[in-house]
Design a protein around this ligand. Structure first.
Ligand SMILES: *Cc1c(COP(=O)(O)O)cnc(C)c1O
Length: 430
């Protein structure tokens, strides 16, 4: 038989000659799982299909935005109708204030909204705003939390200790990284000690209140409450980065779940319904520091894009009308009920909040900080990922990325995943 190069392989080879790594965002290259990424040609509901006509059950859902699944008919309709009236104006339109109103109605402390085009822009702007409001320069973040790829946030700690930020990317000047302090998640005493030594230095503390970019590292309410209290005492702004958790784990995100109103919050993913949107919110007083009202500059050619506003508006409208969050909780609970007995006695942990889930490999104890994820996780996950892919199930191509359920997923889909994992996990894990 002649050696047939697959169509996916062919496209990936071509892609690598015209785009670095063949992709528009690094993890998509399958480097961490050492495979060839399927090139997608179409998607619908909980599934997508690649150029070889292989159909996959998709638990990535574009990394979170597609809370209603791929190609929800009402979202497509909203985008189509909006497009008929123009794809971009660079001028105000009602779609923006409709989505702003919806966000205000659902998220605690969101008096005003500034729309941007990505989560990265949202967090970058929130930091600048916090610095503008407080007149301070230093910020604190937590290792394992991802806040997009702006210079000051692409910083991680050395192992565990209180350190000045080390850039986690080439091209980030040490001078900029030095303004970002990094601490391990969950260690309130470390935050207190850092702040005690420098009462007027910190403009902001930024955290994913539901850390979901390095596994799912669920924090205690006490830690988050304590953080809010320390910020209040030090005149430091608390920024909740809810780019994943916002309008996903509850209508009011982690703020609602934990009963904490942050000073500023950032959004992306779900609020764009699959199109490019980010946003930041805060009190009217805080947001008044942004241009054109205040001196903190920020702007965007495609900000408040009418198609994206339409997709976001319709997505949230459908979620509210159809009790989407309740449905996702039911589905998530069903997955959890299947998973927990499955991993019993195995070196694995299963974490879930609403429709966000993560299977941690290599230890039966659920990690609470990035430093606790076992080194073996990566290699174990590579084997699991290949086995799932061969069974038509698409999980994120990295051990550190969470899975997402959409309202398009069914209990049958959960069963399909569970059956595959029941087969694969005992083969892979000690
Ligand atoms: C995805 C993500 C970002 C960055 O958003 P982009 O739209 O990819 O720029 C920021 N923060 C968190 C918590 C995210 O998950």
């Amino acid at each position: 038989m002649a050696l047939i190069r697959s169509r996916n392989r062919e496209l990936f080879d071509r892609a690598r000659t015209v785009m670095p790594g063949g992709v528009s965002s690094p993890v998509r290259a399958f480097g961490a799982v050492e495979g060839t990424p399927p090139f997608i040609r179409s998607a619908s509901g909980a599934h997508f299909e690649d150029v070889e006509r292989t159909r996959y059950l998709d638990f990535v859902q574009s990394w979170g935005p597609l809370i209603l699944g791929h190609c929800h008919p009402e979202v497509l309709d909203a985008i189509g109708s909006a497009a008929q009236n123009g794809t971009s104006y660079g001028a105000p339109h009602q779609g923006e204030l409709d989505l702003a109103d919806r966000i205000r109605g659902l998220y605690p402390g969101a008096d005003q909204v500034r729309f941007v085009s990505s989560g990265t822009e949202a967090t970058m702007t929130a930091i600048r705003l916090a610095r503008g409001i407080t007149g301070r320069s230093h910020i604190l973040k937590f290792s394992g939390c991802y806040h997009g790829h702006s210079d000051g946030l692409l910083v991680s700690a050395g192992s565990g200790a209180v350190t000045l930020g080390q850039p986690s990317s080439a091209g980030v000047p040490a001078e900029i990284a030095a303004l970002t302090h990094v601490l391990p998640l969950g260690d309130l005493a470390a935050v207190e000690a850092l702040m005690a030594g420098s009462t007027d230095r910190f403009a902001a503390v930024i955290i994913e209140p539901i850390p979901a970019n390095n596994g799912l590292l669920l924090q205690t309410g006490e830690f988050l409450q304590g953080l809010a209290e320390l910020c209040r005492r030090n005149g430091t702004l608390l920024i909740f980065d809810e780019v994943i958790s916002g309008f996903r784990v509850a209508p009011g995100g982690a703020a609602e779940r934990y009963g904490i109103t942050p000073d500023l919050a950032t959004f992306g993913k779900v609020i764009g319904g699959g199109l490019a949107v980010g946003a930041l919110t805060g009190s009217t007083e805080s947001m008044a520091h942004l241009a054109p009202e205040g001196p903190v500059y920020q702007a965007g050619t495609l900000s408040g894009n009418p198609l994206a506003m339409a997709a976001g508006n319709r997505t949230l409208e459908v979620m509210e009308r159809d009790g989407g969050w309740d449905r996702l909780e039911t589905l998530g609970a069903a997955l959890e009920a299947r998973m927990l007995p499955l991993i019993e006695g195995l070196e694995a942990s299963f974490q879930r909040l609403g429709s966000v889930f993560w299977l941690g490999l290599g230890s039966s104890t659920a990690p609470r900080a990035a430093e606790q994820i076992p080194y073996a996780a990566k290699d174990l996950y590579r084997q699991l990922h290949a086995g799932l892919l061969a069974r038509g199930i698409y999980l994120a191509p990295s051990a550190y990325e969470v899975g997402f359920l959409s309202t398009a997923h069914t209990t049958d889909d959960i069963e399909q995943l569970s059956v595959a994992l029941a087969e694969l996990l005992p083969q892979i894990l000690p």
